[in-house]
Ligand binder design. Structure first.
Ligand code: ZN
Ligand code: ZN
Length: 344
């Protein structure tokens, strides 16, 4: 069954899909200015002149060329009542549709729910993206770290991804050394890596549109006791989190399985982000593994498990694997070792 046919049973009324990645998922059509209207019988793809040639080639949809102000152009094609994607449609577009006399029904997460369960082709692309990133971690770990800037190491990592055939990095590679690792989302900057500290490297590859995501934390020599202890705690938490990944598991319980280890060891305050997230066309998508998540894991979800401990002014540790939810044990895609690797 194609993706649009899988979407139809989830709809109470026609749905206007405006989120670019959702349009792309449902049609294979990639454009910065496109929308898709799905009802019981039809799927209308709207875009402007610039994309008309490629839009006409999309199978299973009827292409309607509209003006560049897309939403105004599609109004005549919408019935009286339509669902819209509340997390994407702008207030201006909503206002325009309302002024045209349409009854508007907010929806959220409908296409995202389909995207969360991967097909074999999608799993294959993610597996290849993970393999490339794994090899990039292997090669990067053979490089000297001390005396180089974070930015330099990030560049090296991305160059390796490119050499190995990645279509791009999943996101700008994060390299956070020493005290810079003390916050979860530090960017790679001008800091020069020193001896005896941690270096958090978070990166991934894109293959056929699908992302991978992996974090490893390296040591440049002997670590201060607190960091060395934190590494063991994060590793134990990561393994507990992995063990809790199963179809039917509440995402918040998987988060709790890892978080309780970090809390037990007194680092609870220093975790501060969710355990993980879905990965696919986007590097952050459903399901969310967080304490406040209502998501429930299903077979063929692809999720990260990435606990961390961040010690302000000292350093950070995060270990992240990408896994496929399977009956029984989750299938871990990431293969780079998780024991502390010391680099030069
Ligand atoms: Zn990551
Ligand atoms: Zn991640």
């Amino acid at each position: 069954m194609n993706r649009i046919d899988r979407l139809r049973p989830l709809l109470d009324e026609p749905l206007l899909v405006t989120t670019p990645v959702n349009v792309r998922y449902l049609t294979g059509f990639e454009s910065s200015n496109a929308a898709l209207l799905v009802d019981d019988e039809r799927a209308l793809l709207f875009s402007d002149f610039r994309y008309a040639e490629s839009a006409r080639k999309v199978e299973g949809v009827e292409f309607v060329e509209v003006e560049r102000a897309l939403v105004r152009g599609l109004v005549p094609h919408v019935g009286d009542k339509v669902g819209f994607e509340a997390t994407n449609l702008t207030y201006a577009s909503w206002d325009l549709l309302l002024s045209a006399g349409l009854e508007l029904v907010p929806t959220s997460g409908v296409v995202e729910q389909l995207r969360a369960v991967k097909s074999n082709d999608e799993l294959e692309a993610i597996r290849r993206a993970t393999e490339i990133a794994d090899e990039a971690f292997v090669r990067l770990s053979g490089e000297p770290f001390v005396g180089r800037t974070e930015r330099d190491l990030a560049h090296v990592f991305e160059e390796i991804l490119h050499e190995l055939g990645a279509h791009g990095p999943s996101f700008p590679t994060l390299v956070a050394s020493g005290p810079n690792g003390g916050t979860p989302h530090a960017q790679a900057g001008d800091r020069v890596v020193e001896r005896g500290e941690t270096v958090v490297v978070d990166g991934g590859a894109v293959v056929d549109g699908y992302a991978s995501d992996c974090t490893r934390t390296f040591a440049t020599g002997k670590l201060p006791d607190e960091l060395a202890r934190a590494y063991d705690v994060v590793l134990e938490a990561q393994l507990e989190g992995l063990a809790a990944v199963a179809p039917g598991a509440a995402a918040k319980d998987v988060d709790a399985a890892a978080r309780s280890v970090v809390e037990r060891d007194g680092f609870g305050e220093r975790f501060g982000h969710g355990l993980g997230h879905g990965v696919g066309l986007l590097v952050h998508e459903a399901p969310a593994l967080r304490p406040e998540s209502d998501d429930v894991l299903a077979v063929d979800n692809v999720v990260t498990v990435e606990p961390g401990i961040y010690l302000p002014g000292v350093g950070g540790i995060r270990i992240e694997d990408l896994v496929v939810v399977r009956d029984g044990q989750a299938l871990v895609l990431t293969s780079f070792p998780k024991e502390l690797v010391t680099v030069g």
